[in-house]
Design a protein around this ligand. Structure first.
Ligand code: S3P
Length: 188
């Protein structure tokens, strides 16, 4: 397939969207956009503060506005927050000119990778594992239905996941990709 204008990463907390997205963008010579970090910059406060003061719904409104804005940025890899798929009104902005990649992680991996986290308000309670399980049951079908590509990330390095995504998107060799990038073309 020709290289898409945008690659949008969806998936649960702890799937590696930011790390993988940054490396994928670097490989492609695309901008890397991280919707959570951009919401924080715009707001001048971190996500726990936004949840605290404005509630989850306040955060979701900011998230929807940000996803709409970022849908217009070409040649980009976008890492979304785990809940970005929950509002149907966000779906057209996630899909716009994009290949949507679902970074899928088992519950065990999600638990492992978020264990020491203090920056995710939904997990700051007595039963973060139960929350992750319930969110996974609710969201997995939505991630799957939105995705053009489903990529399992368990026990894989970010580097390997990036390579596998590139193979799925565009089965060209790295050398050919560099040539295309140099010439500023994104299509065959
Ligand atoms: C959320 C995931 C977080 C962040 C917020 C809510 C969620 O992003 O948007 O804490 O609802 O799953 P990550 O998936 O990058 O952790």
């Amino acid at each position: 397939m020709p290289l898409p204008r945008r690659i949008v990463l969806v998936g649960p907390m702890g799937a590696g969207k930011s790390t993988i997205g940054r490396q994928l963008a670097r490989e492609l010579g695309y901008h890397f956009l991280d919707s959570d970090r951009m919401i924080e910059e715009r707001c001048g406060a971190d996500i726990p503060w936004i949840f605290d003061v404005e509630g989850e719904e306040g955060f979701r409104q900011r998230e929807s506005a940000m996803l709409k804005e970022l849908a217009e940025v070409g040649a980009s890899v976008l890492a979304t927050g785990g809940g970005a798929v929950m509002k149907a009104e966000n779906h057209p902005f996630l899909k716009q000119d994009a290949v949507v990649v679902y970074l899928k992680a088992s519950l065990d991996q999600q638990i492992e990778r978020t264990r020491k986290d203090r920056n995710r308000p939904l997990l700051q309670n007595d039963d973060p594992e139960g929350v992750l399980r319930r969110l996974f049951e609710l969201r997995d079908p939505i991630y799957t239905s939105l995705a053009d590509v489903v990529m399992l990330t368990d026990r894989k390095s970010p580097r390997l996941v990036v390579r596998q995504i590139l193979n799925r998107l565009n089965p060209r060799t790295p050398r050919q990709r560099r040539k295309v990038r140099k010439e500023g073309r994104h299509h065959d």
